[in-house]
Design a protein around this ligand. Sequence first.
Ligand code: GAR
Length: 209
Amino acid sequence: MKKRLGVLVSGRGTNLQALINAGKKKDYPAEVVVVISDNPNAYAITRAQKANIPVYVIQREDYKTKKEYEEKIKEVLMSYKVDLVVLAGYMRIVGKTLLSAFPMKIINIHPSLLPSFPGLNAQKQAWEHGVKFSGCTVHFVDEGVDTGPIIGQKVVPVYDHDTPESLAEKILKKEHKLLVEVVKKLFTENYRLEGRRVIFLKDKEDERR
Ligand code: GAR
């Protein structure tokens, strides 16, 4: 049985698409079972519909408090019995309600090598800073902004001729690979947290030895 992914989105959904595509492969251990968008105009919604995946639009402004908003998201995720929640271009800070409902079960993809350049427009921040390498990070979500324990990263070089747009494009290609790889790793390898460090054991056998 495949593990069940709930994906939260706000925009065009190319990372969602990468997970949908991976999930269709026989040997991939997980599949997207529900998509939640906080933005009714997100193209990610169309991607989910095309793949026949149930999609819910849950907008922050329809709820008085963040807690009520997140209670609704939690209810949907629980009803689909998700094993992991993936933030794929979900542009909101996750609050206590979701964090405590899914402890160490929410991951986020971010377009920089964290802890450098958290927050919005990370690719432009990196380009303006003049770094020679940037990349992307997948991390567990905690109460901070892009601060949780790092699970995986991929690096891209930044050349003099790069623009914020060309850099973002290069990073995005790596994001799709990284996200698919990390989700697979989380379901096929054992891991534990040592301080902030996510330590993977080589395979499930290793832990028994
Ligand atoms: C991606 O670049 C993702 O890393 C970024 O938004 C984009 C979403 O693209 N997320 C953040 O900046 C979160 N801090 P997508 O909708 O095509 O997957």
